[in-house]
Write a new protein. Structure first.
Length: 144
């Protein structure tokens, strides 16, 4: 394979993986009752500590989701035999990342979906790490 074919292959896989990542973030944002970007934007109001903390919690939460999804997608790209395979694993990883978030919501004594908008930064950090950990685990599960 020539270098140009490798570059073309890179661009094609990037062109498929980035929309899947965007789809995953979109799914997370429509399934959570709080608006992550809105909370982050409101965090610029430094006169309101609750808004600042809600922004931090949402940023941690959303950042962890991005990293977790990217880890799954990286493994899907690495292990896929073609673009359809990549799409299948990418969508499956997204669905299971959302499922892990809501399973976590069910088993905790607090409600993540209400703690993050209230500014509970520790919950945002914990959910971030959960998303990263589940992304690593799911990435390892993608194999033939």
């Amino acid at each position: 394979m020539s270098q140009w074919e490798g570059i073309l292959n890179f661009l094609i896989y990037l062109g498929v993986a980035l929309p899947i990542l965007g789809f995953g973030l979109f799914v997370f944002m429509i399934t959570t009752p709080y608006k992550e970007y809105g909370l982050v934007a409101e965090g610029a109001d430094v006169n309101d500590p609750r808004k600042v903390n809600a922004a931090k919690a949402a940023a941690h939460d959303l950042g962890g989701k991005v990293i977790g999804l990217a880890i799954v997608l990286a493994s899907a790209v690495y292990h896929s035999v073609n673009l359809v395979d990549l799409v299948i694993w990418g969508v499956l990883g997204t669905v299971f990342q959302v499922a892990v978030f809501y399973l976590f919501e069910l088993v905790t004594p607090f409600k993540v979906v209400s703690e993050i908008p209230k500014g509970n930064v520790s919950v945002g950090i914990f959910t971030s790490r959960l998303s990263i950990a589940s992304g690593i685990l799911m990435a390892a599960l993608i194999s033939y």
